[in-house]
Design a protein around this ligand. Structure first.
Ligand code: CO
Length: 265
């Protein structure tokens, strides 16, 4: 029996963000599972893999990683996405895992960060502690967003904050719903002077630097500043927080337990 854990991320072209937000999560998984299991990683974005390859950093695609794991004699494989929600990317990974199930004695897929009401509550508690209430200031989390129905996780996360008593926390999505415009209207009603913008993303890469905090008039910072808010940006991703690593570790543990009971695939 040879076990492996494959961590699958979208990837980022911002090297500092990769160092600070993807690699520490990988390290946390290594610390928890090596040497019982081989821990390795893959990035789904061909564009990002191409950019990294030109810098001499070679990261396999999920398919390439599955190929080399199968060739190296791995029998039990757990694939853990670092994605936030079970959207399109996750479905793609699930399809890939189904196609590859026959190549391993056991192939299990873990769940993304926000996959249950318990995950939402845990995440809201962690973020509530990290970004406590400041009088006169609201916190606006910026999710990535998607056209997939899993986008509903973003407004549901806002509900998780409300249940904890946080009336000052709002969530909008860069490429989804609710939009920045929806958030701006609600912030105006909330009557706060200042807004702290925080990426609700594993990695504060290109989206955080440009769409949220960029100088461009379309950026969230510019739009909210133009509406009269004092705007501050938090330029870090969730991957930097050890408490977030623990949620992913619990998902690996749960997937492993389910697999032992008969498996997902
Ligand atoms: Co994007």
């Amino acid at each position: 029996m040879k076990k492996a854990i494959l961590l699958v991320s979208f990837g980022t072209s911002v090297e500092e963000a990769r160092q600070r937000q993807i690699l520490p999560l990988e390290k946390a998984v290594r610390r928890a599972y090596e040497p019982k299991a081989v821990v390795c990683s893959a990035y789904t974005s061909p564009t990002i893999r191409g950019i990294l390859a030109r810098r001499g950093i070679s990261i396999p695609s999920p398919e390439e990683a599955l190929t080399s794991l199968a060739q190296s004699g791995v029998t039990h494989l757990l694939v853990q996405p670092t994605h936030l929600i079970p959207g399109q990317e996750y479905e793609g990974l699930r399809a890939l895992c189904s196609a590859w199930a026959g190549r391993f004695r056991q192939l299990t897929l873990g769940l993304p960060l926000i996959s249950s009401p318990e995950d939402m509550t845990a995440l809201a508690k962690i973020l509530s502690r990290a970004f406590p209430t400041v009088p006169g200031q609201a916190v606006l989390f910026a999710g990535h967003g998607t056209a997939h129905f899993a986008n509903a996780a973003y407004p549901a996360m806002e509900t998780a904050f409300r249940i904890l008593g946080r009336e000052d926390v709002f969530i909008a999505a860069i490429e989804g719903w609710p939009t920045l415009e929806d958030a701006a209207r609600r912030l105006q009603k909330h009557e706060c002077k200042a807004v702290l913008l925080v990426p609700l993303m594993l990695v504060a890469g290109d989206h955080a630097q440009n769409d949220i905090a960029g100088e461009d008039p379309e950026s969230w910072k510019s739009v909210l500043t133009a509406r009269g808010f004092q705007t501050k940006c938090w330029l870090s991703g969730l991957g930097e927080m050890p408490e977030i690593h623990r949620i992913y570790l619990s998902h690996i543990e749960n997937a492993d337990r389910d697999a032992a009971k008969g498996g997902i695939s």
